[in-house]
Design a protein around this ligand. Structure first.
Ligand code: BV8
Length: 255
């Protein structure tokens, strides 16, 4: 069995890659101090996200759901991107084609300089009118009114995020699936690879012949399928991969 954390095996593939996709989960923000969902200090230890991040919970008790999101916004507002986010922002210019897909709603990829991010599960800094569907960006921490109301029609605003049992934005999902099926290499960083349909994107890439590079301190259901598996933190592994790539490009190894 080849060593799936052998950087020297990854470099020629990265050198030759035209289309690179990165798909991230909450683990890439862990080193920024944003709690993951399932980790030991994960959000879901204190809160049952499946009970709070649902349309039913919001319908039943919008104030409680907004208290949870307001608390998460306050926690996220003070956090900065880490080296892992910054490498992915740099990679937008490092390959002929690079795309970033994220399950995260914390906005840290954008804060690190990434653009054209495919936010599968929305963005906690956007509020959506429950009647008009209009979106507003709001960075107030804490929120000035609870629960927040639409300034146009007075209706309840909701977080512009995808809750459990809600379908994703079809256009974002279609684009993400298309990019996953077309890429040469997909990096899967900091996700437990459980939540669907996000967890199906690396499998679509695999079926289309892409090489899968997983970066995670723990094994996941994706690990057995990955061509490369770096067992470590995104903020450490991604800079190592990036430094090696710059090194081989400087030496000018054949593409
Ligand atoms: C859908 C936004 C269908 C909100 C999120 C029963 C009822 C209803 C639905 C279902 C059901 N059973 C299954 C489903 C489908 C469901 C699902 O997948 N459930 C799971 C629990 C099995 N999916 C859905 O409901 C989706 N919608 O299916 O719709 C439909 C279709 C048509 C019409 C109507 C409906 C919607 C799912 C989106 C839910 N929203 N977030 C909010 O955040 O408040 S999910 C949320 O949890 C995140 O966005 C993310 O996707 C997920 C958590 O996953 P991860 O990001 O992977 O985080 P996790 O903590 O799990 O793992 C962190 C990883 O990082 C770990 O592996 C750890 O080792 C690693 N790590 C830690 N430190 C580091 C690190 N890695 C690198 N570096 C480090 N330093």
């Amino acid at each position: 069995m080849e060593d799936r954390s052998d950087l020297s095996r990854l470099m020629p593939l990265l050198q030759a890659a035209d289309r690179v996709v990165a798909s991230t989960g909450s683990g890439i923000s862990a080193e920024s101090g944003v709690p993951t969902f399932r980790g030991k200090d994960g959000l879901w230890k204190t809160y049952r996200a499946e009970e709070l991040a649902t349309p039913m919970a919001f319908e039943h008790n919008p104030h409680l759901v907004w208290e949870w999101y307001d608390w998460r916004r306050q926690l996220m507002a003070a956090k900065e991107p880490n080296a892992g986010h910054r490498v992915l922002a740099e990679w937008a210019e490092s390959f002929p084609s690079f795309s970033l897909i994220t399950q995260n709603i914390d906005g840290l990829h954008a804060k690190a300089g990434s653009r054209n991010i495919l936010e599968l599960h929305g963005n906690i800094w956007k509020l959506r009118c429950t009647q008009e569907g209009t979106l507003t960006e709001n960075y107030d921490v804490p929120l000035e009114e609870m629960p927040p109301l639409c300034s146009q029609c007075g209706s309840l605003l909701r977080p512009h995020v995808v809750w459990f049992g809600e379908s994703l934005d079809m256009d974002i999902l279609r684009q993400s699936t298309q990019l996953s099926s077309d890429c040469d290499i997909m990096f899967v960083v900091g996700t437990s690879a459980i939540v669907q349909p996000a967890a199906s994107l690396p499998m679509a890439a695999l079926e289309a012949g892409a090489k899968i590079v997983e970066v995670n301190p723990e094994p996941t259901p994706l690990t057995p399928h990955a061509h490369f598996s770096f067992r470590g933190k995104a903020g450490e592994i991604l800079p190592q991969i990036n430094d090696s790539l710059k090194q081989v490009r400087k030496i000018g190894l054949p593409r």
